[in-house]
Design a protein around this ligand. Structure first.
Ligand code: AMP
Length: 201
C-alpha cells in the first residue's frame, strides 16, 4: 500500500506517519527529515539545503527526489510518504512515474484548523528542536508555502479519486484511528474481493 500524507506544518504528519507505516508494514519516508539529515552531513549540497530549509522555502525537486530515492533503496512495494509531493509539479512527476517511487494508491489529507495549527507550532517553537520552527517569520512563510503550493495538491488528487480527508484536530490516538479506518476503507474500495487491483467505479 502506498500512502501520501498531506497536511500543513503542525498537522501531525510526523506523529501519524511512522505509526501508519508500521501498521501497514511499509517504510516511512519524510522528506523534511531526509533533507535535515543531508543538511547535517556538512557537504556543500548539504549546506545549500540547510539554507533553503532554514528560510522556509522549497528545496529544488531534483535534490528532494535524489534523497528520497536513496532512502527507499530497493523497497518499492509500499510507502508512507510525508512531505512529498509538496507541489502539483512534484505530484505530476510522481504520477507519471518519473521518480523512483510508484504513484500513491491513496492521499490522506490531515485537515487541521488554522488556530489549532498555530497553537501546536507555538509549542514546537518553545521546544526549539528545529531551526525553521523558532523564527515566527519562517513559520509564517512555511504556512504560506503550504497554502499556495501544497494545498492545490488536494484538488489534484480529489479529481483523481484518490483523496481521503481525516480530521486532525483531535488527540493523536483518535486521529490515528480515523486515519487507519480511512486507509482500510480506501483499500477495500480499490481491491474488490478476489480483485485485480483495478480502481472501483
Ligand atoms: P517538513 O519537515 O516536512 O516541515 O519540511 C521541512 C522543510 O524541508 C520544508 O520547509 C522545505 O524547505 C523542505 N522540504 C520538505 N519536503 C520538501 C519537498 N517535497 N519539496 C521541497 N522542499 C521540501
Amino acid at each position: 500500500m502506498r500512502v501520501v500524507l498531506v497536511g500543513a506544518p503542525g498537522s501531525g504528519k510526523s506523529t501519524q506517519g511512522p505509526a501508519l507505516a508500521a501498521h501497514l508494514g511499509v517504510p516511512y519516508l519524510a522528506t523534511g527529515d531526509l533533507l535535515r539529515q543531508a543538511a547535517e552531513s556538512g557537504s556543500s549540497l548539504g549546506r545549500r539545503v540547510a539554507e533553503v530549509v532554514e528560510r522556509g522555502e522549497l528545496v529544488p525537486d531534483d535534490v528532494v527526489v535524489a534523497v528520497l530515492a536513496a532512502a527507499l533503496g530497493d523497497d518499492a512495494t509500499g510507502y508512507v510518504l510525508d512531505g512529498f509531493p509538496r507541489t502539483v509539479a512534484q505530484a505530476e512527476a510522481l504520477d507519471a512515474g518519473s521518480t523512483p517511487l510508484a504513484p500513491p494508491d491513496l492521499v490522506a489529507h490531515l485537515d487541521v484548523d488554522e488556530a489549532v495549527l498555530r497553537r501546536r507550532l507555538t509549542r514546537r517553537a518553545q521546544a526549539a528542536e528545529r531551526a525553521d520552527d523558532t523564527d515566527p517569520e519562517v513559520v509564517e512563510k512555511r504556512l504560506r508555502v503550504y497554502r499556495e503550493e501544497t494545498r492545490p495538491l488536494l484538488d489534484h488528487y480529489r479529481r483523481r479519486g484518490r483523496l481521503v480527508v481525516v480530521g486532525g484536530d483531535g488527540p493523536p490516538d483518535e486521529v490515528g484511528r480515523q486515519l487507519r479506518a480511512a486507509v482500510a476503507g480506501a483499500a477495500g474500495r480499490q481491491l474488490p474481493p478476489g480483485g485485480t487491483g483495478a480502481p472501483a467505479h
